[in-house]
Write a protein that binds this ligand. Structure first.
Ligand SMILES: NC(=O)c1ccc[n+]([C@@H]2O[C@H](COP(=O)([O-])OP(=O)(O)OC[C@H]3O[C@@H](n4cnc5c(N)ncnc54)[C@H](O)[C@@H]3O)[C@@H](O)[C@H]2O)c1
Ligand SMILES: CC(C)[C@H](C(=O)O)[C@@H](O)C(=O)O
Ligand SMILES: [Mg+2]
Length: 356
């Protein structure tokens, strides 16, 4: 079982070190190989996704990814910016299905900015389409505006598009996931305004015919954002496009107490996957030893479950995380009075010690 370890930038190396310690404490024989990615890839090899890193990711059985991004690279041309590394990996590896489970551990009910009764017992799964939409649509760029009231001015433009097969395959993932959970799918779109998302709604409705045991509702994205903070427990599985999924999953992260708690799996059709926390490189706290490593550790658990079928080992990690939270250990992002504040490394050690 070969795992590509791509720590990246900012807090990436700090949180990844803890996930690697946990993996190495399971008593399994994993072959771990690290490579530079993002700003670190650019600094060492002149490209955010160096060819050797991409080759390693392709050849490995799974990829564990930290985070990329650093404001000092924001003025580079787009193709050299750190974020291109994660976008390139998703596209090159065909990782179209992004699973972001937002679960509230009971001990963190008070860490959420929402009232405990609104979030306690929360267990929702956001399924974000990850290789299409306005993220990858062409053409895009800055040009001279060809017509209309702004003719002759410069304009920026992107293209939102979804092919039918892209919508079908993510809809199947969502309905099948719902069959194993609460049997409810909310498809989030903007069909009232956008052609792309009226098409999305029509195709999802058609795929639903194969899953009559699952309830399907459609919801506009603006309402979905509101419902996520009003009554998040009404959702079971949310399926949506790339951009709406990006935004809604950060919103859902806060229901769990902190974005430092939200893991993710990005899967291809054969469940080969890249696993990463949903958060970024957090430059504001990088190097301070205070980042929450639990989203990355929980992403490693998702890797064991989805890519290696090691359910028992995944459960061990998840139980260890529950135990450290029950012990009252908290990184600053989830700290509240009466608990014990710890740093990144201490949190990692606690999880390692709690593995049974
Ligand atoms: N997949 C990725 O690699 C990824 C995801 C999102 C953002 N980014 C990049 O990260 C950089 C920073 O972006 P941003 O500030 O918008 O988002 P961010 O997720 O990095 O940070 C947002 C806020 O959450 C906090 N935070 C994030 N992770 C945390 C953790 N594990 N523990 C405690 N606090 C945590 C940060 O301190 C910050 O206050 C940008 O360059 C962005 O492009 C990368
Ligand atoms: C860094 C960025 C490209 C990425 C995205 O927008 O997909 C991030 O925000 C995420 O959620 O993984
Ligand atoms: Mg995001």
């Amino acid at each position: 079982m070969k795992i590509a370890i791509l720590p990246g930038d900012g807090i990436g190396p700090e949180i990844m070190a803890q996930a690697v310690r946990v993996l190495n404490s399971l008593g399994e024989k994993f072959e771990l190989e690290s490579a530079d990615v993002g700003g670190a890839g650019y600094a060492a090899h002149g490209h955010p996704l160096p060819p050797a890193t991409l080759a390693l990711a392709k050849e490995a059985d799974a990829v564990l990814f930290g985070a990329v991004g650093d404001y000092k690279y924001d003025s580079l041309e787009r193709s050299l910016r750190p974020e291109q590394a994660i976008l390139g990996l998703r596209k090159e590896l065909g990782l179209f299905a992004n699973l972001r489970p937002a679960i509230l551990y009971p001990e963190l009910a008070g860490a959420s900015t929402l009232k405990p009764e609104v979030v306690s017992g929360l267990d929702i799964l956001i399924i974000r389409e990850l290789t299409g939409d306005i993220y990858f649509g062409k053409p895009r760029g800055v040009r001279e505006c060809p017509d209309g009231p702004f003719k002759g001015e410069r304009e920026g433009f992107d293209t939102m598009r979804y092919a039918e097969s892209e919508i079908r395959r993510i809809a199947h993932v969502a309905f099948q996931a719902a069959q194993k959970r609460g049997k409810r799918v909310t498809s989030v779109d903007k069909a009232n305004v956008l052609e792309t998302f009226q098409f999305w709604r029509d195709i999802v409705t058609d795929v639903h015919k194969d899953y009559q045991d699952v309830e399907l509702e459609h919801m506009y994205v603006d309402n979905a954002a509101m419902q996520l903070v009003r009554a998040p427990k009404k959702f079971d599985v949310i399926v949506t496009g790339n951009m709406f999924g990006d935004i809604l999953s950060d919103c859902a992260a806060m229901l769990t107490g902190s974005i430092g708690m939200l893991p993710s799996a990005s899967l291809d059709a054969s469940n080969k996957g890249l696993y990463e926390p949903s958060h970024g490189s957090a430059p504001d706290i990088a190097g301070k030893g205070v980042a929450n490593p639990l989203a990355t550790i929980l992403s490693a658990a998702m890797m064991l479950r989805f890519s290696f079928g090691k359910t028992e080992q995944a459960n061990r990690i998840e139980s260890a995380v529950k135990q450290v939270l029950a012990q009252g250990l908290r990184t600053p992002d989830i700290y509240e009075a009466g608990t014990t504040k710890v740093g990144t490394e201490e949190m990692g050690s606690a999880v390692v010690n709690a593995l049974k």
